[in-house]
Design a protein around this ligand. Structure first.
Ligand code: NAD
Ligand code: GLY
Length: 370
């Protein structure tokens, strides 16, 4: 890792919208160095959910007590289905009801759903208050807590209402992953795997070699995987905070994946599961475009399967699949753009011939549901 925050290892994120450290350590909650030097305020608010709060809110409250006169807790309902305006309003109700001012610091304690919603609430409340990401899922630690994308869902599209708003710090306590269910852990592994093909061929080799250690959640393997993932994400968003170019590579597998999530109805497949299957489809598309050899597709399939991730899309139907991809945020004037692999470790974004895309969907999907 590139630096330390107090005595803790950390990675610096530098964007026009803000500079901050990602602290990554087992036991970070209990280390005063993780919480020093944050913006001063009389109040802090921990925004969490009904599943994570009983596990970790007390430890976080204790860690923050020396820094704020009042630390309150808001536990939102748990789940992607609650990433809505109605739930966002519960945050504003709490902030206004508790007399929070423009300096109040919000702490997002939970997975990507809590992180995205708290970040958006922080961006809006009194036109912007500081917030700290305290991610407790693997997916949130390696992806959603870093880079300042915040959002809620709309009935017509996922993450369609939001803002770019950077946190003032990210604190990843690896011990929180001990309680993460295996399915959620595997979904996070999909986003770890993603960084290899798009940015670092050696990291892809390393993941292949160390996958069993990762699945066993061995601290040294986890720490390296999370640190390297965050370094890559910090490097990408440092060059392109607002996704005018390079940042789109972080969406490898997401165009196909979003169609799976939306086609089945949100919550059927986990985001990381849909991304896993989408990465395989995008790898095959890369091969169809003559960029990578067939062997790369087989390699991705083997790795994703070993990680316990799905590699066959549900039977949404080719026409519906394509239609759903057209409302992806990366689509421009209705033209779908795909993140494809040029060579392991390097990705580009480009359109692809319709017939090839349809063929890839057909090849990787179950028979159409009646
Ligand atoms: P999540 O937030 O729904 O968490 C998954 C489940 O695990 C939830 O039930 C949660 O309560 C529970 N949980 C969290 N931490 C736990 C722990 N330590 N122990 C036990 N249970 C725990 O899902 P997620 O996978 O973390 O995040 C997915 C969300 O992130 C999606 O809404 C997606 O759109 C968003 N996302 C955002 C970005 C971004 O850049 N902002 C990137 C990727 C994904
Ligand atoms: N997860 C994609 C991004 O942060 O840009």
């Amino acid at each position: 890792m590139t630096r330390t925050t107090g005595s803790l290892p950390s990675i610096r994120v530098r964007t026009p919208g803000g500079e901050y450290d990602i602290v990554i350590a087992r036991g970070a909650f209990g280390d005063p160095d993780a919480w020093g030097g944050l913006p001063k305020a009389s109040q802090a608010v921990i925004v969490s959910n009904t599943r994570v709060a009983p596990l970790y809110a007390a430890a976080l409250q204790q860690a923050l007590a020396p820094h704020y006169r009042q630390v309150s807790l808001l536990a939102l309902p748990d789940g992607e289905a609650y990433k809505t305006w109605e739930t966002l309003n519960l945050v504003f109700d709490h902030l206004l009801g508790s007399g929070c001012d423009r300096k109040t610091v919000l702490f997002a304690l939970g997975g990507g759903v809590v992180g995205d919603m708290t970040g958006f609430a922080a961006a809006c409340y009194m036109r912007g208050v500081p917030f700290v990401q305290v991610p407790t899922t693997l997916l949130a630690q390696v992806d959603s807590s870093v880079g300042g994308k915040t959002a809620i869902n709309h009935a017509l599209g996922k993450n369609m209402i939001g803002a770019f708003y950077q946190p003032v710090r990210v604190v990843c306590d690896l011990a929180t992953l001990d309680t993460l269910p295996p399915r959620e852990f595997a979904a996070g592994l999909a986003e770890v795997i993603k960084y290899g093909p798009i940015a670092d061929a050696a990291f892809l080799d390393w993941i292949e070699d160390e996958l069993e250690a990762l699945i066993a959640r061995e601290p040294a393997a986890l720490s390296y995987a999370i640190g390297r993932s965050c370094e890559i994400k910090a490097w990408v968003v440092g060059q392109d905070e607002r996704e005018s170019g390079l940042r789109a590579i972080l969406n490898f597998g997401h165009t196909f994946g979003h169609a799976i999530e939306a086609g089945l109805g949100y919550g059927q497949w986990l985001h990381g599961e849909a991304v896993a299957c989408g990465m395989l489809m995008a790898s095959d598309l890369s091969a169809c475009l003559g960029l990578v050899p067939e062997a790369f597709v087989a390699r991705m399939r083997a790795l994703l399967q070993r990680a316990g991730l799905p590699t066959r899309a549900p039977g949404i139907g080719v026409e519906r699949f394509v239609e759903l991809m057209r409302i992806d945020k990366k689509a421009e004037a209705g033209e779908i753009r795909f993140v494809v692999i040029e060579t392991p470790g390097r990705a580009i974004v480009r359109p692809a011939p319709d017939a090839l895309v349809r063929e890839v969907i057909r090849r990787h999907s179950e028979a159409e549901l009646p």
